[in-house]
Design a protein around this ligand. Structure first.
Ligand code: DX5
Ligand code: ZN
Length: 216
């Protein structure tokens, strides 16, 4: 069974609390939180104070996606703020520091994950596969919601599903970017079990049906 992670990047910021509660009523079990620093990606979003505030008002699984340079500098703050999963980009630091950051996240009791941008091959995940709880494949260039799904990421997704099945079967395989009810099916066929959806979920006229369709 798949899991839907609504991306609160697409929520109504003036009714943020309401949108979070509503996502729970709609049946969502996770929330995806996009952290952008204006360096690693050309956009700026939320800081760890935001995650801390969210943690106070929800028991949903907080899936925090760090799109920031040198995540080792900030990982501890996001763990303390209450992230359940903390995913870092393999492109954001040296392999040595990516290993250290994963170990730090784990030591703080949070589930670590690694993310790959569209131009980063599946092999870039290999050094970390046995020590993470989630691998995230970007199906758009990170930075903005509402972009077009990149179907040509599917061979990479399939390759990572094989790698996970061989080396770390308990690890989640997540997709993020341009996921709607149609592209979600393609992602699931290619091995994804966690699907992030921002604009398609928050723009849906029937959100409970959206959750059911993704998680069936
Ligand atoms: C993009 C973010 C996504 C974004 C997805 O950089 O990582 O999580 O919210 O938005 P949609 O689903 O609208 O493509
Ligand atoms: Zn994201």
């Amino acid at each position: 069974m798949a899991i839907l992670a609504p991306s609160i990047l697409s929520a109504d910021y003036m009714h943020f609390h309401e949108d979070m509660d509503r996502a729970k009523c709609d049946g969502a079990k996770w929330l995806h939180v996009d952290i952008m620093d204006g360096h690693f990606v050309p956009n700026i979003t939320f800081g760890y104070g935001w995650v801390k505030a969210m943690r106070k008002i929800t028991d949903l699984t907080l899936d925090v996606h760090l799109m920031i340079d040198t995540p080792i500098k900030y990982a501890e703050e996001f763990c303390k703020a209450g992230a359940d999963y903390l995913t870092i980009h393999v492109e954001a630091d040296t392999p040595e520091n990516i290993h250290k950051t994963i170990d730090l996240i784990r030591a703080l009791g949070v589930k670590p994950g690694v993310v790959v941008k569209p131009n980063t091959p599946a092999e870039a995940v290999a050094p970390y596969i046995e020590k993470v709880d989630m691998v995230l494949v970007m199906t758009v260039e990170p930075g903005f919601g509402g972009q077009k799904f990149m179907a040509h990421m599917m061979p990479k997704l399939k390759e990572l599903r094989q790698m996970i099945d061989e080396k770390n079967p308990g690890c989640h395989l997540e997709v993020d970017g341009g996921v709607d009810l149609i592209t979600a099916e393609t992602c699931k066929e290619n091995g994804a079990d966690v699907l992030v959806a921002g604009s398609a979920f928050f723009g849906s006229k029937d959100r409970p049906a959206f959750v059911t369709a993704i998680e069936k």
